[in-house]
Design a protein around this ligand. Sequence first.
Ligand SMILES: Cc1ncc(COP(=O)(O)O)c(C=O)c1O
Length: 350
Amino acid sequence: MGDSIPLPLTMAAIFHAPGDATGFNQYGRFSNPTWDAIEHMLAHLEDAPCVAFPSGMAAISAAFFAVLKAGDRILLPSDGYHTTRALADRFLKPLGITYDVRPTSTFLDGGFDGYRVAFVETPANPGLDICDIAAVADAVHKAGAILVVDNTTMTPFGQRPLDHGADIVVAADTKAPNGHSDVLFGHVASRNADIIAAVTGWREVSGSIPGPFEAWLVHRGLETLDVRFDRMCSSAEVIARRLQGHRAISGLRYPGLEGDPSHNLARAQMERFGFLISFELASEDKAEDFINNCELMQAATSFGGVHTSAERRLKRGDAVPAGFVRLSVGCEPVEELWKAIETSLDKISS
Ligand SMILES: Cc1ncc(COP(=O)(O)O)c(C=O)c1O
């Protein structure tokens, strides 16, 4: 009856709370109708209850603090997003939670005995190696551990780790889900009610809460995620194929290329091949020139936005060569984008 069709934004720290304080919104650290709306939409995409957080790292922290205790041991990818390892090293280790690392492509090797949590990121950022989520989930469960999957590089439209047996999905909605590079956000998804209760409790007590306006913006982003993700993946496939033939490029990685080490598993496990491509250029200078001189490319960290962006990842401390570039394909018309990329590559190789 005349209600607004766009999601209303509820900016409120307090709500009317007369009498017994149960069953309704009372205080902005406990609940918010705009969070409810985005969690409802995320839950629909994940096919699992979701808890929203103010960033991807806040979601990852929540998953760890909800399930770990002193004396636990966890296993992380050696080639995934570096801040997850920094979290373990700087903040979990001093609390008596130890960690080991393993490459994503051989994550199964060595088994999971003695671990409380195994954490994978597939495809791993920035090298784009992948691991078999179902096989890892099976082995992790046999060892009595929990599998957490960081699905940031794929989104629920590209890969469904819970369907492959993961216990928890964490994601940085800062990337493609919001898609407009103006907000940080994250979520935890799980079909285990105890885990969701613990993660929700962590948010309430730690105060790691998303702002309602950020939730509103990400909600708007999610409404077009399917369309944007489809475009970005389709364009990435076209661009990766053409990059294969370019003389300036070596070490090209894209799971959608038939010759890529990730390809066969990617076909079996992923709905799409994603919008990230990585490769090497001959030197730091050439990589910087390629990125900075390309008319349709933003020199920026992060990925998944509507604008194509790229970064030389050694800058952020990843264990990669100086000329290693991670390219995030955006929503620009693919032929124009390719022309800009090719022109910039030609310049550095002439
Ligand atoms: C794979 C992955 N997970 C988590 C994060 C953390 O997300 P945020 O920056 O929103 O905390 C990032 C950020 O780049 C990422 O690439």
